[in-house]
Write a protein that binds this ligand. Structure first.
Ligand code: HEC
Ligand code: HEC
Length: 187
């Protein structure tokens, strides 16, 4: 029981410290922060800052319209239905779909794509069967039926459209890089 006065004094000290801390915090929160003031007034900091993008434009997908303006949406791209395969840009790219897929239902009960693309049906419809990867689970085990993670085909495969690219792109696939190298060596 001799420690009781000590505990009371300690509690008092903590209380007073907390009160002072609270008062100081309130006072400083009313004043503007010195750091922020410096950042807006100091010319040295202003000159190193990145230049603002011209005309409020933030990216090419907005087709040059300022961010505070709404522009008419572009027309929907036309889906090509030409049965012409497009080359893949890189190995393991999901190939684009060379036919239209309007009203092809994919849900819990049926998968229209598999009507033609399942291994069992592919010959009847002359469709390329889905590759073995579509039958593998995440532990690389082969399943008898399509893997659940490959069930929703449109997650990875898209139709081909006549849409123009939204942003500039100078991607070159590995084949054109390799043939360029060979041309250089030949010269
Ligand atoms: C009526 C049968 C049929 C249905 C249904 C069908 N396809 Fe096809 N698919 C084909 C045929 C046939 C081809 C071969 C190219 C062609 O003739 O258009 C093909 C080609 C493809 C290819 C190109 C493969 C490659 O190697 O380039 C992809 C990808 C594809 N289909 C995905 C789909 C997806 C996804 C669905 C469902 C949304 C679907 N298909 C529904 C018949 C079908
Ligand atoms: C998680 C992504 C993904 C999903 C979902 C998916 N695929 Fe694929 N698919 C790919 C990739 C990647 C390739 C190319 C490499 C390969 O064969 O695995 C491919 C290849 C194909 C091919 C070409 C096979 C070949 O031998 O050239 C066809 C046809 C195809 N998929 C159809 C389908 C159909 C139909 C479905 C739905 C039942 C589907 N895919 C679901 C990623 C996917």
């Amino acid at each position: 029981m001799r420690q009781k006065p000590l505990i009371v004094i300690l509690a008092l000290v903590v209380l007073v410290a907390a009160a002072i801390g609270f008062a100081v915090g309130r006072k400083s929160s009313h004043e503007p922060r010195p750091v922020a003031v410096q950042a807006t007034t100091s010319p040295a900091i202003a000159s190193t800052a990145e230049p603002a993008p011209a005309g409020d434009q933030i990216d090419a997908i907005r087709r040059g319209a300022p961010v505070n303006q709404e522009i008419a949406a572009p027309l929907m791209a036309r889906v090509e239905n030409a049965d012409i395969k497009r080359v893949r840009a890189y190995p393991m790219q999901p190939p684009t779909i060379p036919h239209s897929i309007d009203n092809y239902q994919i849900d819990k009960n049926s998968n229209r794509c598999l009507l033609c693309h399942a291994r069992a049906n592919a010959d009847k419809f002359q469709a390329p069967p889905v590759s073995v990867t579509h039958y593998m689970d995440r532990n690389d085990q082969f399943l008898a039926t399509i893997s659940p993670r490959r069930y929703f085909c449109n997650q990875c495969h898209v139709v081909q459209t006549d849409a123009k690219p939204l942003v500039a792109n100078n991607f070159k696939d590995i084949d054109s890089i390799l043939s360029e190298e060979q041309d250089k060596k030949a010269n």
